[in-house]
Design a binder for this molecule. Sequence first.
Ligand code: ADP
Ligand code: ZN
Length: 518
Amino acid sequence: MHHEAHTLLKEVFGYESFRPLQQEIITNVLNKRDTLVVMPTGGGKSLCYQIPALIFPGLTVVVSPLISLMKDQVEQLQEVGAGAVFLNSSLSYDEYRHNVACIMRDEAKLLYVAPETLLMQKTLALLDSKTMDCLAIDEAHCISEWGHDFRPEYRQLAGIRSRYPHAVSMALTATATPRVQNDIKNSLNFDASNEFIASFNRKNLFLEMAAKTNPMLQTVEFVEQFPNQSGIIYCSTRRQVDELAAILIGEGFSATLYHAGLSDEERRRNQERFIRDDVQIIVATIAFGMGINKPNIRFIVHYDLPKNIESYYQQIGRAGRDGLHAHCLLLYSYGDIRTINYFIEQKSPEEQRIATIHLNAMVGLAETDVCRRIPLLRYFGEQYEAPNCGMCDNCTNTGQELVDITIPAQKFLSCVKRTGELFGAGHVIDVLRGSQAQKVLQHRHDQLSTYGIGLEFSKKQWFHLSRQFLQKGLMTQDLEFGSLKLTSKAWEVFRGNEKVMGKIEAERRSDEYTALSD
Ligand code: ADP
Ligand code: ZN
């Protein structure tokens, strides 16, 4: 380990010891090996490039799409006496010239830059005249269409990398699924790719998910358990934010609100009051929270279902940064799923496919009766083994009314098998329910022995069952094509060695599947 890194940690940043993986990452970067860093938000990614930047003789360029975050980081670095400047479209002409001059005179070791600024000719010309030792790409998931925040400019960073072959590259992200990680490595041509992946398990977050019955009342009763403590309530629309904030304030809670419909000034002021603990609760759309580093957030409420697990994880990740207990409650309904589907339908066919798979994973997490950490962490490619996390509703609730669903499981799984493990749940259900759909007839699946053996459940009930089979590890789903495949556990169910317990959803007549199921 470079002795200097330790000294800088203490003397410049004022920390006693490295967090998990920081030391290994820094060593790797100092050895000029391209490095992929995957760490949950708050894990301490910044230090992984800041310390090498102070050791390298040349310049470190940090690419970040978050202009507000850039400014904060640069100010923090300047406070500790580390030379850093930033370039982006928010700067006045004079500020811009001043920052460029700092780099020309080698007064800055770190240059933070927005991707579109970096790609400009004048920026490249400036960098050509300097020695760049490290190119750190923050929020690297923006490079992938599979991430939740794809940015086309990020795709062009590969070109920057080959323009400065002497510089070691780092890609850092908090929200990478294995699929996104591969995209990052491929897009950047990471060869001897060294990856450092920290655990995504946030042990101090209690996870609870409940069906929306009376969301207003559920929220009020929940928030009442946290007198004088900070929390965020996420809603999916501005209108809902306005309404809920008004009600909470009317009920005497200390609350404010945040969404893109407010003026810049209002947003800034409301955020500031929340951060300084002048107000307890902030009701907000997902526009709120990027770059917020408030350690003592004790609860998060999702008033509506998030559209994917990445967003959910990122939002709950804002709670309990101080390592103390925090409680995350999510409310969901079929109405939420329909709303999200409506937005998905506005996208291109390819985007629709991806968004639907991501939504299904989110719904599966909400509906699961196993430990929440199992599907949550599985989504990030991590296997969670503990028999009882003690920190989610499913692990702490006893007496759930589970029923035997072995027979429906056997029917479904054998239909997956008979159709060659090539299809998604929709098609399998069509076969089970004896549908005359084009796709069923075209593949001659009306000839199968499993055709029409599942009429006892509606299409919607089958979807709900199939998500449970996924959660219970009886099958896996290809994230690219959506096709279902059986696991070895499924065979135990076929052989009758394993019973499957789960839930069967009550039929509701008023929903979209009624016409199909009658
Ligand atoms: P990320 O970018 O992964 O979300 P940050 O780099 O912003 O995380 O770090 C989160 C917080 O943890 C910051 O307040 C940072 O100063 C602090 N931190 C980082 N590394 C250490 C460390 N080794 N010891 C103590 N605090 C640290
Ligand atoms: Zn659990």
